[in-house]
Design a protein around this ligand. Structure first.
Ligand code: ZN
Length: 337
């Protein structure tokens, strides 16, 4: 089996996927029609053309416009189900899926509608071989007070999500802004993750670790600028959910060949590959693996390490992790590259 086939065939976990970022233009148009929502784009092609954004903020503007078509529980189900089917086809056997409730509750959609639709799709995913869990993300450009209110609304549905995260515009919104709400989530026994060091400085990664007490860093690629931080991340085996095609599209790195994934792995970090917002950034999991490996010359050992990291860095229980790693070992043992 050659390297591209191995990358596609190996079982893997996706730990950094925003479900609203998996909305393809076709589904946006379909839901807009079903719900009678007027879109500021004439056609699917017109919307696709608008995806030529160049930084985080211009992307987020389109992202929020796309999410406006989601109104009913079935819409949230359909969005998640479309992603989970793709995940299954790409041998993603575990997905820890972010959702942004504030994007919906701010438009008058009830928290219950959002969570029930997504949760039902996650349950059904077992039938197609994917373990799926939800992580509620707070939008960091909004206030901590707003995050507290969101948490209050979500707690009645506590059994439907395993953790909380922090996403949206990073610069100017350091982790410290959410210290109290993360402390409360920690008391609730929720897993904690946060976006840090995507566009923001290493200081944001330190603060995510030491102020918010997160278990994983989402992105974290800017950590490479700080040797002491790299040492800390390696020593504590803090997983980094790296998203190469997203970094390329948002100009975090000028080319994929210049991406620092190899540097992170060589430094002993628990780095993983993820798709972030696949509908907007040009590819799902396997496209991220294939294009990054082609551009950077990573090999089969790196592939094994990345897939293994994805299971070790996941919030699956010990026996689930063991089973997943055994499946991974089997694929590598039976397929010589
Ligand atoms: Zn993200």
């Amino acid at each position: 089996m050659n390297l591209p086939s191995l990358l596609a065939a190996m079982p893997k976990a996706e730990l950094h996927i925003h479900i609203e970022g998996s909305l393809e233009p076709e589904l946006i148009f379909q839901l807009a029609q079903r719900n009678g929502v007027a879109l500021p784009y004439a056609s699917v092609e017109d919307l696709r053309r608008a995806y030529a954004f160049s930084n985080l903020q211009s992307f987020l503007d389109i992202y929020y416009a796309g999410a406006s078509v989601l109104l009913h529980e079935q819409d949230f189900y359909d969005m998640a189900w479309a992603y989970l089917q793709k995940a299954a086809a790409e041998n993603v056997i575990r997905a820890e899926i972010f959702f942004d409730p504030q994007t919906h509750t701010a438009r008058g959609v009830a928290m219950e509608t959002v969570i029930r639709g997504l949760s039902r799709a996650c349950r059904d995913a077992q039938k197609i071989g994917v373990e799926a869990e939800l992580i509620l993300c707070f939008l960091r450009h909004l206030s901590e007070e707003d995050a507290f209110e969101t948490l209050e609304q979500a707690l009645p549905f506590r059994e439907h999500f395993i953790g909380v995260g922090l996403d949206s515009s990073e610069l100017g919104h350091p982790p410290e802004k959410f210290a109290r709400v993360f402390a409360k989530c920690r008391q609730q026994g929720l897993h904690l993750v946060a976006h840090a060091g995507e566009e923001g400085p290493p200081a944001y990664v330190w603060a995510a670790l030491d102020v918010l007490h997160v278990e994983r860093i989402d992105h974290g690629v800017q950590s490479a600028k700080d040797p002491a931080l790299m040492k800390r991340l390696a020593q504590d085996r803090i997983p980094l959910t790296v998203c190469p095609l997203s970094n390329l599209k948002l100009c975090v790195f000028p080319t994929l060949a210049q991406h620092n994934l190899r540097e992170l792995l060589d430094a002993g970090l628990c780095a993983t590959v993820n798709s972030d917002d696949p509908a907007y950034f040009g590819g799902y999991m396997n496209a991220n693996f294939l294009q990054t490996f082609a551009a950077t010359g990573l090999d089969a050992q790196h592939a094994y390490r990345l897939a293994r990291n994805s299971f070790e860095g996941s919030f699956a229980d010990a026996s689930q992790k063991q089973r997943a790693i055994a499946r991974l070992d089997e694929v590598f043992a039976t397929h010589v590259v």
